[in-house]
Ligand binder design. Structure first.
Ligand code: GLN
Length: 343
């Protein structure tokens, strides 16, 4: 993202609440228009079915922790969630197995390498490193407690549906297309097994992972899923608790350093919020205590992140005052603690 800064009047900081309904509506529209100005990037083609998508589709949505949902453009068009599923499956597994076990088995550090890197596994003695790259995501999916692959899949579908607040369905064409061409992910699963990092049939785990990636969501769904992580694990539209507040917090901490693969540092620097992208063109971004942003546009940068989606998210992070690193000086009376002693 090297283009000029978006011109945002009256940038707000992270503390406090979101502006009123009308202002958020207007800023979501502005973010949409700001995103629309870019035609850069290319759609993903390595999953053949994804190559058939209309590259012009573009939707933006903000869901607030009070349940308000704002949309612009194609925010109700369904697309496959892809890697964004990793964030929510990770949350479900942490809920079941706890912070420590998942931290030890999967890890929380960035690989600095592409999402489907095999080299990253070799460089780290077979450790998958984090749950947001394919190796760590396949290992995480394998950890979902279940007696069979079918039950594991059912739990994931139910869990992600609870985050979205509606039943999410599989895109059978995307699933078949990826399952026919995912030799690389099968190799990653088998390599994890060789290193003793997966204690069940790795190809069955890859298959469930491929299904979770093929779940259909909209930008508005992603906003609600993000708002659930922003709202201490409670879905602000349905009122259902999906995960604990601790798990929501842990998930966001992992996303902050790993959600956009090897571009995670750049993302955090530009946007100042945890986010997760997928190769179909979705990105979810979370502002703790305030809400979630969901965007969808299929043209991607070289790391596989939606170009228009990043632009719209950056606009909203600034215009809505979401960046967790931005602060104002606290207003108060005479400074009581002066250097050298209390005044
Ligand atoms: N299903 C995709 C894969 O495993 C997800 C990748 C992504 O969204 N970055 O290749």
């Amino acid at each position: 993202m090297t283009d000029a800064e978006p011109a945002v009047a009256g940038q707000r900081v992270s503390t406090g609440s979101l502006p009123g309904w009308d202002d958020v509506e207007r800023l979501v529209d502005e973010a949409y228009r700001y995103g629309l100005a870019s035609v850069e990037g290319d759609i993903a083609t390595y999953i053949p079915r994804l190559a058939q998508v209309d590259p012009e589709l573009f939707g933006v949505s903000v869901a607030e922790v009070d349940g308000a949902v704002h949309t612009a453009g194609d925010a109700d068009v369904a697309f496959s969630i892809q890697s964004i599923s990793k964030a929510f499956v990770y949350a479900l597994v942490c809920q079941e197995l706890g912070h420590e076990l998942v931290r030890e088995r999967v890890g929380v550090n960035n690989t600095g390498l592409a999402f489907n890197s095999v080299v990253a596994i070799e460089l780290n003695d077979g450790h998958p490193m984090n749950p947001m790259v394919n190796a760590g995501a396949i290992a995480t999916t394998a950890l979902v407690p279940a007696a069979s692959a079918e039950e594991r899949w059912a739990r994931i579908q139910d869990g992600l549906s609870a985050f979205a607040g509606r039943r999410l369905e599989l895109d059978g064409e995307v699933y078949t297309s990826e399952a026919d061409t995912n030799q690389r992910n099968r190799a990653i699963g088998t390599l994890l097994q060789a290193y003793g990092r997966i204690d069940q049939d790795p190809l069955a785990a890859v298959d469930v992972y491929t299904r979770q990636c093929s779940l259909l969501v909209t930008a508005a769904d992603l906003a609600v899923m993000g708002a659930t992580l922003a709202d201490g694990g409670v879905n602000p539209v349905t009122g259902d608790r999906v995960v604990s507040a601790e798990v929501a917090r842990d998930t966001l901490a992992v996303l902050a350093s790993t959600g956009l693969y090897e571009r995670s540092g750049e993302w955090l620097f530009e946007i100042g919020l945890p986010g997760k992208s997928g190769v179909a063109g979705g990105i979810v971004t979370v502002s703790p205590g305030k809400g979630g942003i969901g965007v969808f546009s299929p043209r991607l940068d070289a790391a596989g992140n939606s170009v228009r989606g990043q632009r719209a998210t950056r606009y909203l992070a600034r215009a809505l005052g979401l960046d967790v690193f931005a602060s104002d000086v606290h207003e108060h009376g005479p400074y009581p603690y002066q250097r050298g002693g209390v005044a």
